[in-house]
Design a protein around this ligand. Structure first.
Ligand code: B12
Ligand code: SF4
Length: 475
């Protein structure tokens, strides 16, 4: 039977849980009377080829479009057959529309191949693409549109734009280059629908939930402010209700917030916690565990009382963008916190049993050797949290790419930055820090962290990627 829309997710993405965008878009389709089917090709890819690590490694290099990695001919044949199978699967639902989610720049290469194969096999199927990957310069959605390879692209939130397209209102904001308008009332959106996903396929039986869109800060390197102009958030009560609804529907008690920060609105955070605690009491259930990205605030605003309440409500982990051990670099980034604030946050997390994941950026344009050393020193200083088990993971990233239209991008002239592309840049104000040195520092940081016993989840994959980039520079 024909389906109004097949919603598709593609590699490279994480395998711990189903993709949020598909579940969120499916829910609005149902609300508006459209039939839909979600297909997560990312999880299928990783599960199907779990016993073919060489193929996965080769494909992961290919998915990182910035590497412009040419596929080995034997793998290329295999890859073409994978994509062709996916096209057949999509078409078996006889969709009027295919909605392809391009989560980040890491999904652009795969999305492009799927689009080409799909249009070749079924030129009349309408393809809509959306997702934050479209904000990357490497993905030329306008060219795809002009060449007739896609029919629509959506920038910004998809819930309204998708329904507009499906109901023929194609001149609305967000569609084919028209500026998006943010949804004001996020509480009015239906709860996400994960019913198409087999949760047993994922690493963890956890679900995603979105409490807010946008951010209260405007860090120089980050494009969240470009994508979401305003910070919009749901009420704590509505969030607690969704968590409870998903628990009743899927039995899951673990949730990850997709928000850029879960403590953007402290009022919402407190309301969420209070509502959850009431739910647990009323329904006599053990508390859920949940967490998400978190900003470091001063000890006055995010005080001990709030950490205690969060822990009582089940907050189990936070992920913090620390970026650098140097306060000077953090100030340039406009992170709006310093090492003292971070020390307090980590102390509180340890006290209340909240696990921490720290994210770093190695190779910021103003980062001197001394600043870099401060990052290494910070890792040494925080080893005690690794030993106590609270500091679960760190992510050192892949060195800094300057993202289009970010504050840093606008400052390129002032910082005398010349760039071959936004990944390969060099500031005349800090000329020693070229791409090669950035990658070297990044590898030194990884070696240092590994020696101290830190867990770097994507350790091997990131090392392979960095070494491939270094080899490329050398050649
Ligand atoms: C949560 C999150 C993560 C989580 C993902 C958890 C998960 N399982 O999904 C984790 C931490 C794993 C993660 C990883 C990465 N992330 Co991330 N992540 C985010 C974050 C904070 C929220 C994304 C989210 O799920 N939002 C909720 C859902 C509902 O929103 P959404 O996916 O954007 O979908 C909406 C619209 O985009 C649109 N839409 C999406 N698809 C489609 C399809 C159609 C047809 C339509 C019409 C609309 C549409 O409608 C949706 C509903 O409104 C965003 C920043 C942000 N606030 O948006 C960054 C962000 C998406 N991530 C980003 C990046 C770069 C990454 C990484 C590549 C980082 C890295 N170097 O490793 C990895 C990619 C994963 C991988 N392994 O390769 C960038 C993407 C930048 C870019 N231009 O490509 C962002 C924007 C953050 C940033 N500014 O740097 N990320
Ligand atoms: S706090 Fe995080 S999401 Fe917000 S602007 Fe800074 S880096 Fe971006």
């Amino acid at each position: 039977m024909a389906t109004d829309i097949v919603l598709v997710g593609v590699p490279k993405h994480i395998t711990s849980n189903p993709p949020m965008a598909l579940a969120s878009l499916k829910a609005v389709c149902t609300e508006h009377g459209f039939s839909s089917k979600c297909l997560d090709f990312n999880i299928e890819f990783y599960r199907k080829f779990a016993n073919a690590p060489d193929f996965i490694h080769e494909m992961e290099l290919y998915f990182q479009i910035k590497l412009r990695h040419e596929l080995d001919p034997a793998f290329k044949i295999r890859w073409t057959s994978v994509v062709s199978d996916w096209v057949n699967r999509i078409l078996s639902f006889e969709p009027k529309f295919v909605g392809l989610s391009v989560f980040s720049f890491n999904t652009c290469a795969c999305a492009r191949d799927l689009i080409l194969a799909l249009k070749e096999k079924s030129p009349s199927t309408k393809i809509i693409i959306g997702g934050n990957g479209l904000y990357d310069n490497y993905f030329k959605e306008n060219e795809l549109l002009e060449q007739g390879l896609i029919d629509y692209y959506v920038k910004g939130e998809g819930e309204k734009a998708l329904i507009d397209i499906m109901t023929g209102k194609i001149d609305e904001p967000g569609i084919n280059g028209r500026s998006p308008v943010q949804i004001e009332d996020l509480d009015a959106l239906p709860f996400s629908d994960f019913s198409d996903f087999n949760l047993d396929l994922y690493d963890k039986k956890l679900l995603l939930i979105t409490g807010s869109r946008g951010c209260v800060r405007n860090c120089s390197f980050c494009d969240v402010g470009v994508i979401w102009k305003k910070f919009r958030y749901r009420s704590g009560k509505n969030l607690a209700e969704e968590m409870f609804y998903q628990f009743q529907r899927h039995g899951t008690k673990s949730f990850v917030y997709t928000d850029s920060l879960i403590n953007g609105s402290l009022k919402t955070l407190i309301d969420l916690c209070t509502n959850l605690i009431n739910f647990y009491k009323e329904n006599k259930i053990e508390k859920f565990d949940w967490g998400g990205q978190f900003i470091v605030r001063s000890r006055k605003s995010m005080n001990e009382e709030k950490f205690k309440l969060c822990a009582e409500a089940g907050m189990k982990f936070v992920s913090i963008g620390v970026e650098s051990g140097s306060d000077r670099v953090k100030a340039h980034m406009k992170k709006k916190f310093n090492n003292e604030d971070l020390d307090f946050t980590l102390e509180q997390c340890e006290k209340y049993g909240i696990d921490v994941n720290l994210l770093f950026i190695i190779g910021y344009p103003t980062e001197t050797e001394e600043d870099f050393q401060e990052t290494l020193n910070m890792l040494t200083r925080y080893k005690r949290y690794v030993d106590s088990g609270i500091l679960r993971n760190i992510n050192l990233g892949n060195t800094l790419s300057i993202l289009p239209n970010t504050p840093l991008y606008e400052q390129m002239g002032d910082l005398l930055i010349e760039a071959d592309d936004l990944n390969n840049w060099r500031s005349q104000m800090n000329p020693d820090l070229d791409l090669r040195r950035r990658i070297e520092r990044r590898i030194i940081a990884q070696d240092h962290a590994e020696k101290l016993g830190y867990i770097l989840p994507a350790r091997e994959e990131q090392r392979r990627y960095l070494e491939a980039r270094l080899a490329r520079i050398k050649s």
